[in-house]
Design a protein around this ligand. Structure first.
Ligand code: COA
Length: 260
């Protein structure tokens, strides 16, 4: 597997742990990190050994404290749009990944960090995690999908509140809002994330990919999520895993899935 300068990667038992490695800058997303995440996701799609992904940040303090503010200097409108477009493309690649992706949020998830966590399929956070979209403090709005994904996760009223006040919220508040799935003790963050992702990767992989595709169809312009579900349900019924899963149930044994 390719090595990256801004990411630490460990593949074990089919689970790829990606750690964003800029601890001295609170793991802020500069161009290099975005580029490395993009390439890493390409490999996740292509490498059959990778069954699921966990993304976290290096150190005890920060998951990702946003886009790298130092790179904002001297930007004009076209550069701003290009930056946002690039971020959207990479985060969409994470969101549309047919393999499950969990954000293990180990501290500050601010701005682009909150957006990165929201682009993952599930979010597990340590007790010290803090979430927020503080962009208006800098005179901008979120540019990596935050206005859309936050609204999808917590609803319009709370999204507007968080986006306009730039307030930071703690993990238990984020859990109550539905922004994250679970809060765990800091020491067990990665272990719990692994247990959850292993549970998901033990299911029929084709069906998991279709769950992801079908749920996100709800949020795509011009696509009827109900029609998508009917179509994908049919696709699942045509798989070997469907035959195996139903037969295993009837034969009172554990199913062995092959992803076909
Ligand atoms: N971009 C670039 N550098 C960042 C950064 C970001 N988003 N967030 C933190 N850093 C850097 C700091 O500049 C500092 O670098 P230095 O040591 O070279 O001066 C280092 O990371 C440590 O951050 P610091 O602010 O000293 O730590 P703290 O514990 O006092 O505060 C935060 C932590 C996360 C609350 C604070 O860094 C912060 O508010 N960051 C910006 C968050 C933000 O606005 N994100 C949205 C960007 S669009």
């Amino acid at each position: 597997m390719k090595q990256f300068s801004t990411l630490i990667t460990e593949l074990s038992e089919g689970i790829l742990l990606i750690t964003i490695n800029r601890e001295e800058k609170m793991n802020a997303l500069n161009k290099a990190v975005i580029g490395d995440l993009d390439e890493m996701m390409e490999e996740v799609y292509a490498n059959a050994e990778i069954k699921g992904v966990i993304i976290t940040g290096k150190g005890a303090k920060s998951f990702v404290a946003g886009a790298d503010i130092a790179e904002f200097q001297g930007m004009d409108k076209a550069a701003g749009m290009a930056m946002a477009k690039r971020g959207h493309a990479v985060f969409n690649k994470i969101e549309q990944c047919p393999k499950p992706v969990i954000a293990a949020v180990n501290g500050f998830a601010l701005g682009g960090g909150c957006e990165l966590a929201m682009a993952c399929h599930l979010r597990i956070a340590s007790e010290n995690a803090r979430f927020g979209q503080p962009e208006v403090n800098l005179g901008i709005i979120p540019g990596y999908g935050g206005t859309q994904r936050l609204t999808q996760l917590v609803g319009k009223g709370k999204a507007l509140e968080l986006l306009m006040t730039a307030d930071m919220i703690d993990a238990s508040c984020a859990e109550k809002l539905g922004l994250i799935n679970k809060v765990v003790q800091t020491v067990e963050l990665i272990e719990v994330s692994k247990v959850i992702i292993k549970k998901i990767t033990s299911k029929a992989p084709f069906a998991i990919a279709k769950v992801i595709q079908s749920v996100y169809a709800h949020f795509k312009d011009g696509i009827d999520g109900f029609d998508t579900e009917i179509d994908l349900f049919g696709s699942c019924v045509a798989t070997e895993d469907f035959k195996e899963g139903t037969l295993a149930f009837l034969e009172k044994r554990k199913a062995t899935f092959n992803g076909k």
